[in-house]
Ligand binder design. Structure first.
Ligand code: HEC
Ligand code: HEC
Ligand code: HEC
Ligand code: HEC
Ligand code: HEC
Ligand code: HEC
Ligand code: HEC
Ligand code: HEC
Ligand code: HEC
Length: 454
């Protein structure tokens, strides 16, 4: 505005001497004013008197306070960094409203640990960042904190509250650096992968697949696959050109299982609620799972019969829908899940999976999603996939026999099952239930409540 007014004035003839003098005087006045502002800048960087009063003590380097657990809390706050941060205008008071000026700095207060202090300060963020705070509260990180984790991040683990810069002024990979602090090995794998190598100006960051604040458990349901497809929209059609039963393959195999060529793979049998089509996940289910997964074969892993009776038990007590098992072929570790390579290296050979003794089927786990969405796993015997006893539980999974002709397998299995298994299974079930009932009655006598969430 100012500039356009000056321009139009200059363009307007005639040019009076008086106006030139006036303009010069104005320019001198402006110059002096700007000098004054600069001087003030040097003194307090535009911070309020109240903030400067806090900083009179807190800008002295080297001050520390010893906390309950022996940690040293540095009391130093950088004036310049704070003044330049997004919170400079909010002032210390914006977050530290609880400080009592009368006693502060004179009387010692006791703080158990850095973590406890950061936790107690976190509510302040909620006041001004309601939406972000809500997203965070919904995350696996927050669930872990709630569960008492000392390692899961609080707001201040990712944002220095005294030096937060606007995302606009930070390099594009800042996000990744923040996550790297705690997920170092995954970061390394990611950086070496096809996504970690910039394609033109595109640098992928962790949040492109995991979100920033609303981070969810990675292996829950189809969360990750949805993220992949949000960028690689034509996945179904490109794969359909060479992969028959494309939908079924993309449903039963996690993307990294084919795209991380060096990874080790396994079959994970995930417990699902048949009614809601969600992975079974609640506080009651997990202890029950852990208890029931106790039935193990000689190698210490869950066998077919134990799985079968576990499902029976779930479905007998369950007030929700029928609990079913869904197989998923996946990579073994979170690190391998990030080792995705160029498409030329992806698994394409049908025999890798559809042959006798195929590698991915040699390792099997059974899992239920815990309350925070992360899986609680138990090893299962690999025989669980082939055993006729699992037909009912593992039913749909192709792995039976691991040959190409499922129909034959199924027919064969059904024949055997009808002849031998079913009567046997019924007897076993009755026996197991009787035992379980007796146990429950005994427990009730002792007044314990096994189904209470803990
Ligand atoms: C945006 C919110 C916010 C503002 C504004 C803020 N603080 Fe803090 N402050 C925190 C949080 C959160 C913690 C605890 C987490 C941590 O350790 O960084 C903290 C911790 C501290 C500590 C303990 C040492 C430390 O670094 O943990 C001191 C001292 C402190 N603040 C002083 C100040 C002063 C002085 C100002 C103003 C110049 C100020 N704070 C402004 C949020 C804030
Ligand atoms: C007179 C010096 C002085 C002033 C002024 C001062 N502080 Fe402190 N502050 C201290 C000392 C000393 C401690 C350590 C107290 C202890 O050991 O218990 C401290 C500790 C803190 C802590 C760590 C948590 C705690 O309670 O021990 C925070 C946060 C803090 N000050 C913020 C502020 C803010 C915000 C202001 C301005 C409103 C302020 N201080 C003004 C001297 C001062
Ligand atoms: C008194 C209000 C207030 C409080 C309390 C507060 N903030 Fe802020 N915060 C702001 C304002 C205002 C901005 C700048 C405007 C914006 O970008 O939303 C900001 C910006 C931010 C940004 C940068 C946003 C961007 O542009 O990239 C982050 C990160 C942030 N705050 C984190 C925190 C954290 C963590 C806490 C708690 C320790 C906190 N804030 C507490 C007011 C507050
Ligand atoms: C796991 C790390 C992490 C945690 C925990 C975290 N943030 Fe962030 N936050 C980020 C990253 C990364 C960005 C992206 C901006 C950037 O590149 O600096 C961001 C951006 C922001 C922004 C600006 C953009 C937006 O989404 O609104 C605000 C405000 C913010 N965070 C506040 C908070 C608050 C408040 C908390 C605690 C409830 C919190 N953050 C917890 C990593 C985190
Ligand atoms: C291209 C998408 C993508 C990006 C980018 C990405 N991840 Fe992942 N992440 C995945 C997939 C896929 C999984 C495995 C999910 C599953 O089990 O199906 C995963 C799993 C995880 C897990 C869980 C590991 C475990 O033990 O189960 C963590 C933690 C994680 N990622 C952190 C990160 C971090 C930190 C970054 C950035 C350095 C990152 N991810 C970048 C896709 C991505
Ligand atoms: C202060 C440490 C810390 C920071 C910073 C951090 N995380 Fe985490 N995160 C954890 C811990 C601890 C866990 C739980 C243990 C685990 O799964 O590794 C976890 C779990 C996760 C999980 C769920 C793992 C699973 O099994 O499904 C994902 C996904 C994840 N983090 C992604 C991220 C992303 C993305 C960032 C950056 C925006 C990030 N984390 C920053 C500590 C951190
Ligand atoms: C059975 C193994 C397998 C599975 C499962 C699989 N892919 Fe692929 N994918 C491949 C192979 C092999 C290629 C290379 C095809 C070719 O030769 O052009 C490929 C190609 C791609 C490409 C390159 C596309 C192009 O231009 O041709 C992308 C992107 C991709 N896959 C993403 C995904 C995503 C996302 C998922 C999970 C939803 C997934 N893939 C699941 C094997 C698989
Ligand atoms: C934010 C967008 C984004 C997300 C989300 C994403 N990718 Fe990518 N992906 C890219 C970009 C960009 C490239 C590199 C450019 C290219 O080759 O297409 C790439 C490359 C690939 C390639 C190599 C393609 C080739 O031509 O060699 C594969 C395979 C792939 N992604 C699979 C996945 C899988 C699996 C997921 C989910 C776990 C995923 N992507 C999530 C953007 C994304
Ligand atoms: C990474 C392992 C893997 C690769 C590679 C793979 N498959 Fe599959 N295939 C599976 C799994 C797992 C299923 C789903 C099992 C189920 O539905 O129970 C499946 C299902 C099928 C089915 C459907 C069987 C049925 O009855 O529903 C056919 C047909 C099939 N695959 C053929 C192929 C062909 C042809 C190729 C090579 C072009 C191939 N597969 C590559 C693992 C793989």
């Amino acid at each position: 505005m100012t500039r356009s007014r000056t321009l139009s004035a200059a363009a307007r003839p005639p040019f009076h001497r008086a106006s030139v003098i006036l303009a010069m005087m104005a320019a001198i006045a402006l110059f002096m004013m700007s000098m004054a502002v600069h001087a003030a800048d040097d003194k307090d960087k535009g911070l309020s008197d109240e903030d400067m009063a806090c900083l009179k003590c807190h800008s002295k380097p080297g001050q520390e306070k010893t906390l309950g657990n022996g940690e040293k809390l540095s009391l130093f706050i950088g004036t310049k960094a704070f003044a330049e941060s997004v919170h400079g205008k909010e002032g210390c008071e914006g977050c530290h409203s609880e400080i009592d000026a009368k006693t502060h700095g004179k009387e010692r207060t006791s703080i158990a640990s850095k973590r406890e202090h950061a936790l107690s300060m976190m509510d302040a963020c909620r006041d001004c960042h309601k939406k972000t705070f809500k997203q965070y509260e919904d995350s696996v990180h927050a669930a872990l904190v709630q569960d008492g984790s000392e390692k899961a991040p609080l707001c201040s683990d990712c944002h220095d509250p005294h030096a937060t810069r606007s995302a606009k002024n930070t390099p594009a990979n800042t996000d990744t650096v923040i996550c790297q602090k705690c997920h170092e090995k995954i970061d390394k794998a990611f950086m070496a992968s096809v996504h970690g190598q910039p394609a033109g100006d595109d640098v992928l960051v962790c949040a492109d697949c995991h979100r920033t604040h609303n981070v969810k458990a990675a292996s829950l349901g189809d969360n990750m696959k949805k993220e992949c497809i949000s960028c690689h929209r034509d996945t179904a059609s490109t794969h359909g050109k060479w992969l028959p039963n494309t939908d079924r393959h993309l449903e039963a195999i996690s993307c990294p299982a084919c795209h991380a060529p060096g990874a080790k793979r396994r079959v994970n049998l995930r417990l699902y609620d048949g009614l809601t089509q969600q992975q079974a996940s609640d506080k009651v289910g997990v202890p029950q799972f852990i208890k029931l997964a106790g039935g193990r074969d000689a190698n210490g892993s869950l066998d077919a019969r134990a799985l079968w009776s576990m499902l029976q038990e779930f479905n007998r007590n369950g007030s929700q829908g029928k609990t079913v098992v869904r197989g998923r072929l996946e990579v073994k570790t979170g690190i391998e899940a990030h080792q995705m390579a160029k498409k030329e290296q992806a698994l394409k050979d049908c025999d890798t999976c559809h042959s006798e003794g195929a590698e991915p089927f040699q390792s099997v786990t059974v899992s239920i999603a815990g309350p925070d969405g992360r899986p609680v796993r138990r090893d299962a015997s690999k025989g669980i996939l082939n055993s006729v006893e699992s037909i009912e539980s593992v039913g749909g999974f192709y792995a039976i026999g691991s040959t190409r002709i499922k129909l034959l397998d199924t027919l064969l299995a059904l024949t055997v099952a009808a002849g031998i298994l079913l009567p046997g299974a019924h007897l076993t079930a009755k026996w197991l239930f009787r035992r379980a009932r007796a146990k429950r009655e005994a427990a009730a006598d002792h007044g314990s409540d096994e189904s209470a969430p803990n």
